[in-house]
Design a protein around this ligand. Structure first.
Ligand code: FE2
Length: 278
């Protein structure tokens, strides 16, 4: 690939994430709000949650994946397929609900956990896939290191560093840490939608140098061809998450925790859940 002709990405839209108290044990904000299926495709929603015990109960999913990324605190998780474990800060759980999972995620007693949860859509042909859970502990996530740059490759690749995380459709998810003044360039595959959520600091993003700061979501302009994204930290360290994926461009029928292609499949999901056929 010739760098001289590589398409450069720019920021098309940006918005601030505003957390709101939902109950005594739960504060939340949508980063990517549900319903904008085409705009965010293949992502369905992305939530920023602060919660303690009692916020969530046991619940089902079908037809999608949930990706939980712990910022602070911890959660104990279990599901009806016999998976259980604990996630600490920096750990990621990549759960493929496929044909159906019933699960729960509970912070330890007295702990308020700060967690991001991303919902990734599954291609129609994989919506009824066998459920699976990939637990990515912080110290097992591959890291790309350069001068002033540290990138945890949660899924996909950055430079020569590749994650072994399994995807049904290719998804890139990176935790990007830049020291003050540092910069780096990330390659993005052709026809991928890409979003950045800034966790700390501020910087300039894309070839137009759009300013972004903590608490903002930046949506990149879509490009049909392979492209690059330039990120430059300002006068303080910058920490952000990047997610990117190829749009599925399939019909979506979503109801609660079930995301299928047709209304009939949603009815079937409720029938199967009620009759214990997950
Ligand atoms: Fe869930």
């Amino acid at each position: 690939m010739n760098d001289m002709v590589m398409k450069q990405r720019i920021v098309e839209k940006q918005w601030a994430i505003v957390p709101q108290k939902r109950s005594e044990v739960h504060t939340a904000a949508p980063i990517l709000e549900p319903g904008k299926w085409q705009q965010f495709d293949p992502f369905l929603l992305w939530m920023d949650d602060w919660f303690s015990q009692g916020a969530f109960g046991e619940h089902p999913h079908r037809g999608m994946e949930t990706v939980s990324y712990v910022i602070e605190g911890a959660i104990e998780h279990y599901d009806d397929k016999g998976h259980e474990g604990r996630l600490e800060a920096g750990d990621v759980q990549w759960m493929t609900a496929g044909r159906g999972v019933v699960h729960n995620e509970i912070p330890p007693e007295g702990v308020t956990t700060h967690l991001l949860q991303l919902w990734v859509n599954l291609p129609a042909e994989h919506k009824m896939a066998e459920p699976r859970t990939q637990l990515l502990k912080r110290d097992q996530i591959p890291v790309r290191r350069e001068e002033g740059v540290e990138i945890y490759v949660i899924s996909g690749e950055s430079g020569d560093v590749k994650a072994s995380t399994l995807n049904y459709a290719p998804i890139t998810m990176l935790e990007i840490n830049l020291e003050r003044g540092a910069s780096f360039t990330q390659s993005l595959a052709e026809d991928h939608n890409a979003f950045l959520y800034i966790l700390e600091g501020e910087g300039r993003f894309g070839s137009a140098g759009t300013l972004g700061e903590k608490g903002q979501l930046l949506a990149l302009k879509h490009e049909k061809e392979a492209s690059e994204l330039l990120i430059q930290a300002s006068e303080e360290p910058l920490k952000l998450l990047l997610i990117a994926g190829k749009p599925l461009r399939e019909p979506i029928a979503a109801h609660g925790p079930f995301v299928m292609n047709t209304p009939e499949q949603i009815v079937q999901a409720y029938d199967d859940f009620r009759s214990g056929n997950f």
